[in-house]
Design a protein around this ligand. Structure first.
Ligand code: HEM
Length: 530
């Protein structure tokens, strides 16, 4: 498991003049700053053609679990080691902020949790986390079920209208999951029904426009949008600002309404409310009603916008890749369907049922392992730090200067041959393997004993070898929300339909922005189960 830190530099075969020039500049600007860390020299051409995280994986296998990626006039540290990831995310969490990511997201999310500076983050995290309490999540089960059933009903109707012999429909399931996740996040976070499964509207278009721009900014390397007047001169920037205004106006209206109907209560009281009698069970209601927290409307809007963006595409992507993987593994799909049949029968889903849908839960988790959303976590050192040697035995560790940009490659960790047997295979059962011995780093099993209340394997059971929701203080606030939502949506889909890919899996091209998604949709054939 020990990897040498003094491996030869990679030999880049198709280097062009531009790449050579940029590498010379890089070495000049960054030489020595990151010490004797192994160096992968990225060619500019590596930025195009295929998602960057694939190249980061190849370099991980070549250079080890902590290496420096020199790209143009910039160097990034790429981390693929659980001990080093744990250090950055948990032990030394406040020595880092979100760096480039915050710069990209700040125009959209303002001071929402993801890009927030540490002081704002500390205040808001304390207020938002209690909102995801257990009764809220239990009440959400009904919202997840109702919304998923709306999608299933739509598919059923499309099938009924289908006259052909085959009795099957073709659908872009990625687009359908995106609509479903949008409807759910709207209802759960601010009690607004986008109704996007069945209709289009200016607000829905504005949300997609904004997501599209966020993706554009995270994959376009020259931030021209910061130039003076760009927002008025560049058509796509004009559109982006008008989309933002549509969403902000909608959120402002919802916040005003929630504040006008405020019923103050202490956090404990709010967490014990009888959700079955509430008309509005949203997180916004909770945040507005919380006694002693008089948050200004602007901050609240940033919080809602952040959760709208953070909770929408991510969940849709998990469902997309779960189906993609299952469709290539008919026996696993059958096994999942039999589990759903035996647990649900004709019953409505409850939290108790979810506890029994173990295989469905592990499919979701395995999809998150193979296609983590986002594939990279981004950090910038606020002050000098020392990275630990790491599990994979990289000498004494590395000094990190203030200002260094770091990518924690979740993709590399999740597909690391050092921690996973057959790392690229889809095997939900792998999480059921018994723990080899106490305290082994990298064991990514499913262990409610080690992490009480856990229905899903997580970063604690794996000691940071499996970090689909990050870890430490800035771990995802919506992890349980997302996991329950995806489990329900997948169970209800498989209960009613057999799903096949329309073409070959190789035709499904990957692209990536904040999440890994398909280039042209996940086109599937749906057949009603008999
Ligand atoms: C943060 C993943 C769903 C809200 C994060 C982070 C990850 C993540 C990896 C940590 C980012 C970092 O450390 O840089 C996911 C995945 C989801 C999901 C894979 C779906 C499967 C949601 C949902 C919500 C949400 C449904 C809200 C309802 C947030 C927020 C943060 C966050 C607010 C920032 C937390 C902080 O900095 O304190 N998410 N997320 N996420 N997520 Fe999620």
């Amino acid at each position: 498991r020990c990897q040498s830190t003094s491996m030869e530099k990679p030999k880049t075969s198709k280097r062009n003049l531009l790449d050579n020039a940029s590498n010379l500049l890089t070495n000049f600007l960054t030489g020595g700053r990151l010490g004797d860390m192994p160096t992968a020299e990225g060619a500019v051409s590596d930025l195009f053609g295929r998602p960057l995280f694939f190249s980061l994986y190849d370099w991980f296998l070549e250079h080890g679990s902590v290496y420096k990626l020199a790209f143009g006039p910039k160097a990034f540290v790429v981390v693929s080691d659980p001990v080093v990831a744990r250090h950055i995310l948990r032990e030394s969490a406040f020595s880092y902020d979100k760096g480039v990511l915050a710069e990209i997201l700040e125009p959209i999310m303002g001071k929402g949790l993801i890009p927030a500076d540490i002081d704002t983050w500390k205040q808001r995290r304390k207020v938002i986390t209690p909102g995801f309490h257990s009764l809220f999540l239990e009440a959400m089960v009904k919202v997840f079920t109702d919304c998923s059933e709306r999608s299933i009903l739509k598919f059923g109707k499309l099938l009924e209208r289908q006259n052909s012999e085959t009795k099957e429909i073709e659908l872009d399931l990625e687009a359908e999951f995106s609509s479903l996740a949008l409807d759910i996040i709207g209802l759960g976070v601010f009690n607004y029904d986008f109704g996007s499964v069945t209709k289009e509207s200016p607000i829905i278009k504005a949300v997609y426009g904004t997501l599209f721009e966020a993706e554009h900014r995270s994959t376009f390397y020259i931030p021209y949008w910061n130039l003076p007047f760009a927002r008025w001169i560049v058509p796509r920037q004009r559109k982006f600002h008008s989309d933002l205004k549509v969403i902000n106006d909608c959120l402002d209206g919802l916040i005003k309404n929630a504040k006008e109907t405020r019923q103050e209560a202490d956090v404990e009281k709010l967490q014990q409310r009888d959700y079955s009698s509430l008309k509005d069970i949203s997180l916004l209601r909770f945040l507005v009603d919380m006694r002693g927290v008089d948050v200004d409307d602007h901050q609240l809007r940033d919080d809602l916008m952040t959760m709208l963006i953070a909770g929408h595409e991510t969940t849709a992507a998990v469902l997309t890749w779960s189906v993609f993987l299952l469709a290539q593994n008919p026996s696993k799909m059958r096994k999942a369907q039999l589990e759903v049949d035996s647990v649900l029968g004709e019953k409505k889903i409850t939290l108790e049922c979810l506890k029994k849908l173990e295989y469905i839960r592990l499919i979701i988790v395995e999809a998150l392992r193979l296609y983590p959303q986002p594939p990279l976590l981004i950090r910038r050192a606020l002050k000098a730090d020392k990275l630990p040697g790491g599990y994979m035995g990289c000498d004494d560790g590395y000094a990190i200067p203030a200002g260094a940009d770091i990518f924690i490659s979740v993709f590399n960790l999740h597909r690391s041959p050092y921690f996973w047997d057959r790392p690229n295979e889809f095997e939900p059962e792998r999480f059921l393997t018994p723990k080899p011995s106490e305290g082994i780093t990298g064991w990514a099993g499913y262990d409610p004993g080690r992490s009480p209340g856990a229905m899903y394997p997580n970063e604690i059971t794996s000691d940071f070898a499996f970090i689909p929701f990050g870890g430490g203080p800035r771990k995802c606030v919506g992890d349980q929300f997302a996991l329950l939502e995806s489990t329900i949506a997948l169970a209800l889909l498989l209960q009613k339909f057999d799903v096949l890919l329309r073409g070959s899996p190789d035709d499904v091209e990957l692209v990536t922005g904040a999440t890994i998604h398909t280039k042209n949709g996940l086109w599937c054939k749906l057949k009603k189960r008999t």
